[in-house]
Design a protein around this ligand. Structure first.
Ligand SMILES: [Zn+2]
Ligand SMILES: [Zn+2]
Ligand SMILES: [Zn+2]
Ligand SMILES: [Zn+2]
Length: 356
């Protein structure tokens, strides 16, 4: 992630909506690709404040109406906004019920993490699109809460619905309780996880999406060779086994997490998520001057891994200095890096798809 600069000289961060020094409203300009001051232009439009750009913009409808986004959308010189939602919000199919107290704050946190996900995908130039773009499988997001009927009266009202965070055919569902920090930390401790974060959920679930886009029907043999045969045992059998007996005892020697040992598809999603963690951390480290080597090397995954591990040692010590959890808890053993080679290769060779 980059740190941007306002025209007044103040640093601007990816989530900002206002400059703390000159008080200008700020937002993400899709034309010059950065956080910029927004100069009012007429009753509802803005000009990008980057003097080299000056694009005519509108706020994304979710920025304008709910303040859960900070992106802008381009406006034609005739003043028309072809698409009211930004390139992240346009993927939403279900948003939280805003009549419930606290849900708008949860939605804000979900959108902030999702924008970081799209930043990572753009770094790697990975393709994605909606139904309207004709993309197959179309990507979409549902942010939903459990429906637990009230039973404080003599009858139960309505049906109970449990929302499972997961991916199916391009639809990523996130249970919005993951955006409640107390709940999420409790789940992290219950599950014995080193980290549990919103961006981590997005990186895992998008891994399942890219299995469908980049592996299924294209690289099945290479996948089975690196991760194992996903048909034997099948997913349902593997899941039942995992929840009955727990992770395989040798998981730490061969998998990035205990959960990855459940089935090759989960192993792929966990490995993909760690690859995005690594790419994102290296890019940030280079952007802020912590690292002088390139953050990406198409021909040298091992070099990227060793830079990430070296960075991780320093970051973990910094975290411990401040009494926080280790920032880079994973040790990337050879079997894990070998599986990551397939992630790296298919991301490099991802088809270029023009959408929109
Ligand atoms: Zn400023
Ligand atoms: Zn601009
Ligand atoms: Zn938006
Ligand atoms: Zn999964």
């Amino acid at each position: 992630m980059k740190i941007y600069t306002c025209t007044c000289g103040q640093s601007l961060f990816f989530e900002n909506t206002r400059c703390l020094r000159c008080n200008a409203e700020v937002g993400y300009c899709p034309v010059c690709v950065g956080i910029v001051p927004l100069r009012p232009a007429g009753p509802s439009h803005y000009r990008c404040g980057n003097p080299a750009c000056g694009a005519l913009l509108d706020k994304c409808a979710n920025y304008r109406d709910y303040n859960v986004c900070n992106r802008c959308v381009p406006v034609s010189e005739a003043g028309e906004t072809p698409e009211p939602y930004c390139d992240c919000c346009r993927y939403n199919e279900t948003i939280p019920d805003l009549s419930v107290a606290g849900n708008q704050e949860k939605w804000y946190r979900l959108e902030a993490a999702k924008r970081r996900l799209f930043y990572d995908l753009d770094l790697l130039q990975l393709p994605h699109g909606t139904v309207r773009d004709g993309f197959d499988p179309p990507l979409s997001f549902d942010f939903k809460a459990d429906v637990i009927p009230s039973d404080d009266f003599w009858r139960t009202m309505g049906a109970e619905e449990r929302v499972y965070t997961g991916h199916a055919s391009g639809k990523i569902t996130i249970n919005i309780r993951e955006a409640d920090e107390v709940e999420r930390e409790r789940l992290r401790v219950d599950m014995g996880e080193a980290h549990r974060t919103l961006i981590g959920h997005f990186r895992h679930e998008i891994g399942h999406y890219y299995w469908e886009v980049l592996i299924k029907g294209r690289n099945d043999a290479a996948f089975a060779e690196a991760f194992g045969d996903p048909c034997s045992p099948d997913y349902a059998t593997a899941m039942e086994e995992y929840y009955r007996n727990g992770p395989r005892p040798d998981w730490a020697d061969r998998y990035v997490s205990a959960y990855a040992s459940m089935h090759p598809w989960e192993d792929w999603a966990e490995t993909f998520a760690m690859y995005l963690d690594m790419v994102s951390a290296l890019e940030t480290a280079v952007s802020i001057g912590f690292l002088s080597e390139p953050w990406f090397d198409a021909n040298d995954l091992d070099g990227m891994v060793s830079r990430y591990q070296r960075l991780g040692i320093g970051l973990n010590e910094m975290s411990r200095t401040m009494g926080l959890l280790d920032m880079v808890p994973e040790i990337m053993l050879t079997p894990v890096v070998d599986k990551m080679r397939l992630v790296h290769a298919v991301c490099l060779n991802a088809p270029v798809v023009r959408v929109g």
